[in-house]
Design a protein around this ligand. Structure first.
Ligand code: GLA
Length: 676
């Protein structure tokens, strides 16, 4: 393997400080969690029944699919629940609208996870036995592979309805695929592209409740993960299709923004429907009367009548949850760890706090396209050439003092230097396959000179060679998410360390909503980003691990002519990832990921910074929180904890619901939340 060098200058990474996760999952089979079946009778909250009695809503049995998804009682930590109460969230994001599949974001923090359901589901897999790992059925209730493994037939839940009572079916799935994924003018939130499901993959409708996939590869079970949250959550075709440019006068931007946050009661398949929006204040979502999941007694879920989202900051999410004025937070910004731990240790603390594994990590991504992705100007193009030079990338990595970067966020056993690639402590990680370039300013400077950079005008910043970009100062624009304190602290740390090396970094700090546009559009020289689940689980988002397609990778996409100018080591990464996707042999897959890690870290495909654990903070009144639920693994905690199954025991219920006794738009009652 030519891209894997003989050991010369790196070491294996230092061992992370001892920091045990505070609770372990009870491992089960997927079929222990849920099944699909008709039950003899169904129930609903009294206030919903009152709508039925008043003739404003069909009876519950008619609102449910033929075979609802049934959550099994033994897998519920506290058993079947009772109806009532609300879960109060706080977020730092802002919604740009409800058309998730058209590219509008909802503000994160699990709003979308509560609204949109996907063909399969991965969040709860943290509790599934490793040797039985496979995405859980969701909108697709079952599937079978053809003999030769090239065809996958999926059976959708039958007779299920959107929250406005319109039927859900294969047409919704096909609209998502044909007009939102295959039409690459649309950039669905979550980043699905045709290649997310394999080059040349097709999907067809068989009947209203059946679709069939055809893959070039034989039995690529990997793509079942791409059918989960993020990449295959169909939207309501009955209201989206008339707005799509193919069927209307709209352009793509108008399509994306056709359902602004002010548009209430957007039809969803998820447990809660948005019924109130006040800019910079709040989003309230009420229970979906057509939700298609039940408990074993036939109680229609969710147990919680409402979820709300205060539009504030991510840091405020921690503060409020610790104080008890909010109910849920992924404690992920180390700046808040110490104070949160102190308060959570007190007997009177309103929230429980549980640390998990080190699955939050940040990477510095040099934009590796040399052929025009993002249409760089002359200076940026010169930076791209540097980014593609291994000596330059070595200079950067040697100049980064990861220990002090981590300690600038929080002191103590939390952060650990992160070389890049797969995280220490995750299942495919192999320390011996990981190259770590320890902090060494002398070597950094040596490599900078080797890359041809020298401070010719004595101003402390190195210059391009005279023939390049007019010999001007090397100045790099670094994309940073403005919504998080941690992202900004890390960016400032890197900026200072680069200054010491003689490289000028300018921060381009943009809001979380614009970030995807800049990043996916290639409009950056470097980007500092919190990593996705591909580097944690490997089996999720696998196609994103390397530039396997024109639009799959984070930091290297096709240039203006549609081609990918891969460097040889990237081609080897691509081959390795493709083999991984095509292989069903666990030993071979483990080996392939070792190779992947070697190529990534030795060639500095991207430059790791720091990794650390996060903690799940949930108000103590909630029941059914699964043991060992991580804040981030296959998905975020908002999916992992199975919110539709959470409940508040009767003696702990509050009067915190903002719109008690209301339901989203009910046929015949008009638009807007309705009161009994
Ligand atoms: C944001 C938050 C995460 C999580 C996700 C869910 O990214 O930072 O903690 O809540 O939203 O989408």
């Amino acid at each position: 393997m030519s891209a894997v060098f003989a050991q010369t200058e790196w070491t294996t990474p230092p061992d992370p400080p001892e920091f045990a996760a505070q609770s372990e999952p009870v491992f089960v089979s997927g079929s222990d969690i849920q099944e699909y079946k008709a039950l003899p009778e169904y129930h609903e909250p009294d206030f919903v029944k009152a709508f039925v009695d008043a003739g404003k809503l069909p009876p519950v049995a008619e609102r449910l699919p033929k075979e609802p998804l049934v959550f099994k009682t033994p897998n519920m930590p506290d058993g079947m629940g009772v109806y009532g109460d609300t879960m109060r969230h706080v977020i730092g994001g802002r919604p740009d609208g409800w058309n998730y599949i058209g590219g509008a974001t909802q503000g994160w923090g699990g709003i979308d996870i509560g609204m949109y359901e996907c063909l399969t589901r991965t969040g709860p897999l943290f509790q599934v036995k490793a040797d039985e790992l496979e995405p859980l059925p969701n909108l697709a209730k079952s599937w079978e592979w053809s003999e030769d493994g090239h065809e996958l037939t999926m059976h959708l839940i039958e007779g299920a309805k959107w929250s406005d009572g319109e039927p859900f079916g294969a047409d919704d799935v096909m609209f998502y695929w044909e007009d939102n994924v295959l039409d690459t003018n649309v950039a669905p939130t979550g980043g699905a592209t045709p290649e997310s499901f394999g080059e040349g993959t097709t999907l067809e409708k068989i009947d209203d409740a059946t679709v069939k996939w055809t893959f070039k590869q034989a039995k690529p079970t990997q793509f079942l993960y791409a059918m989960a949250y993020g990449t295959f959550c169909p939207g309501p075709a009955h209201i989206l299709k008339p707005q799509h440019p193919k069927y209307s006068e709209n352009n793509y931007d108008q399509y994306k923004n056709a359902f602004p946050p002010e548009f209430l009661n957007f039809p969803v398949m998820g447990a809660w429907v948005p019924v109130e929006y006040r800019p910079d204040d709040v989003i309230v979502l009420r229970r979906n009367p057509y939700y298609w999941k039940v408990d074993e007694n036939g109680n229609q879920l969710p147990y919680l009548n409402e979820v709300s989202y205060r539009l504030s900051t991510w840091a405020d999410r921690d503060v409020q949850t610790i104080a008890g004025t909010a109910d849920f937070s992924n404690l992920e910004q180390p700046e808040n760890f110490v104070e949160s731990l102190r308060r959570a240790a007190e007997e009177t603390a309103p929230a429980r706090l549980q640390f998990g594994a080190r699955t939050i990590g940040y990477t510095l991504y040099p934009n590796l396209s040399g052929n025009g992705w993002g249409e760089p100007n002359e200076l940026s193009q010169a930076v791209r050439e540097l980014n593609r030079n291994i000596d330059f990338r070595k200079a950067i990595t040697y100049a980064i003092d990861r220990k002090s970067l981590g300690e600038s966020l929080v002191k103590g056993p939390f952060t650990t230097p992160y070389p890049g690639g797969l995280y220490a402590g995750t299942s495919f990680y192999d320390k011996d396959s990981t190259a770590f370039f320890g902090y060494d300013m002398d070597k950094a400077k040596e490599y900078l000179a080797k890359a041809g950079l020298e401070d010719t005008d004595g101003n402390g910043v190195v210059n391009f060679p005279s023939g390049t970009a007019g010999g001007q100062d090397v100045q790099i624009t670094m994309l940073v998410n403005a919504d998080y304190t941690t992202d900004k602290s890390l960016a400032e740390g890197v900026l200072a360390q680069m200054e010491a090396l003689g490289i000028r970094v300018i921060l381009d700090t943009v809001s979380g909503n614009s970030l995807a546009e800049y990043q996916q559009g290639g409009k950056y020289d470097w980007a500092i980003l919190r990593n996705g689940s591909d580097l944690v689980s490997v089996v999720q988002g696998t196609a994103g691990l390397a530039p396997v397609g024109p639009r799959t990778a984070f930091s290297h996409r096709a240039g203006t002519d549609g081609t990918l100018d891969l460097m040889p080591f990237e081609q080897e990464m691509v081959d390795t990832v493709n083999k991984f996707i095509a292989s069903a042999d666990n030993a071979e897959r483990a080996d392939l990921m070792k190779t992947y890690q070697q190529i990534y870290t030795q060639n500095l495909y991207a430059i790791g910074l720091t990794q650390y654990p996060g903690a799940l903070l949930i108000n103590k009144r909630f029941a059914n929180i699964p043991a060992g639920a991580p804040i981030f693994q296959f998905n975020w905690a908002e999916d992992n904890v199975i919110r539709e199954r959470l409940y508040v025991p009767a003696d702990k219920q509050t009067t915190n619901e903002l719109h008690p006794n209301t339901l989203p738009n009910t046929p015949g009652v008009g638009n807007g939340p309705i009161s009994n």
